[in-house]
Design a protein around this ligand. Structure first.
Ligand code: FES
Length: 212
């Protein structure tokens, strides 16, 4: 069955069960995403894709919310942009701002989203980095937990798709970390250096081990 909705004033017709994000894509309307990856399951943890739906007080996430008949969606209303900026500020409060020397510079999803949203360096929250060391033990992959935004893409690709089960969520709340269990170094795990985690990581948390 087809569903009819309006996104940013543009009428869109999509199959029932389509998400707002997919419907917006069909209408060539860009909604920024971080944790979403088209080949992986929807986790909706980063909330950067929030949109405004007429009649709803809370802002739903476009990547996980299915469309419904007559829905009126705003992807860039002042309320949405304010929420997105706030989410980004919270992410950046825990993210080292060293893009110029980061191996992901220019290929980083977080950097791109910050540019899309028009993010400046005036972050209202205190910087609270994870004081975790980089892991250079693997011959192929470098892990920098300070740059992890906990999107879970690496965990899913390693565990569900590759079936290697190297990465898992450790600790809780502020101390949450995606890492090999028991604080092991990557070189001491079953990691086969396939690099799939690097491919899906949206930031510089997992990069190719460089030798320069
Ligand atoms: S991209 Fe939708 S919640 Fe992360």
């Amino acid at each position: 069955m087809m569903v009819h909705l309006t996104i940013d004033g543009q009428p869109v017709e999509v199959e029932e069960g389509t998400t707002i994000l997919q419907a917006a894509k069909k209408a060539c309307i860009h909604i920024p995403t971080l944790c979403y990856h088209e080949d992986l399951s929807i986790k909706a943890v980063c909330r950067i894709c929030v949109v405004e739906v007429e009649g709803q007080r809370l802002l739903p996430t476009a990547c996980s919310t299915p469309v419904s008949e007559g829905m009126v969606v705003q992807t860039a209303s002042p309320k949405v942009l304010k929420a997105r900026r706030n989410i980004l500020e919270l992410i950046f409060a825990r993210h080292p701002q060293e893009c110029l020397v980061c191996p992901k510079d220019g290929k980083c999803d977080l950097q791109k989203v910050a540019q899309d949203v028009g993010m400046h360096l005036d972050i209202r929250y205190d910087k609270q980095l994870r004081h975790q060391k980089e892991d250079w033990s693997s011959p192929a992959i470098m892990r920098n937990p300070q740059k992890c935004i906990l999107c879970g893409r690496c965990m899913e690709v390693c565990n569900e798709i590759q079936g290697i089960n190297v990465l898992s969520k450790e600790n809780r709340g502020f101390h949450t970390l995606i890492a090999p269990a028991y604080g092991e170094k990557l070189a001491d795990t079953n990691c086969i250096n396939c690099g799939q985690c690097v491919q899906v990581c949206p930031t510089g948390a997992l990069t190719v081990h460089y030798h320069t």
